[in-house]
Design a protein around this ligand. Sequence first.
Ligand SMILES: [Cu+2]
Length: 150
Amino acid sequence: MIRSTVFAALGTLILTACGGPEDAPSVEVADAYMVAPSGGRDIAGGGLTITANGADYTLTGVETSAAETVELHTMAMEDGVMRMRKVEAFEVDAGGTRKLESGGDHLMFFGVDSEIAPGDSVELLMDFESEDGSTTTVNIRADVRALGED
Ligand SMILES: [Cu+2]
C-alpha cells in the first residue's frame, strides 16, 4: 500500500495538484515573476505565492537556467535601515499561503542571463520539504516583468 506522502514525493516535476488523491498533501506555486535586471546589471528580484495543502512545507531552494544562483531573501531592520538578508528556507504552514514579493520576503537572482527581457518567461525548479521529511520539486514558469510592474 502506497502512503499518500510517498505519492507526493513521486510527484517530482509535476504540480501535485494535477492528479493526486484529494486528501494527499500538496504544495502549489502561483503568480511567479522575475523583475528584469536594468542598466546592464545581472541581479534581479522576484516573487510568487506558495500554498501548502494538508501538511507544512518548507521551500529549501530554487534553481533556474536563467541565472547562476537563486537566493531566498528577507527584509530586516538593521541599525534603523531595512536591509536584505539571505535565509536558508521559507516555511509555509499547512492550509496557509506565503507570498514572496519585492519589499518583503523575496527571491533574488544572481548572474541573470543577459538575454532576459520583459515579456519572457523563465523556468523555476522549486525544492520543497514536507513536514514528514519527503521532498518534492515544483516546476513553474515565472513571467519576466519590467521594473515598476512588480
Ligand atoms: Cu534580495
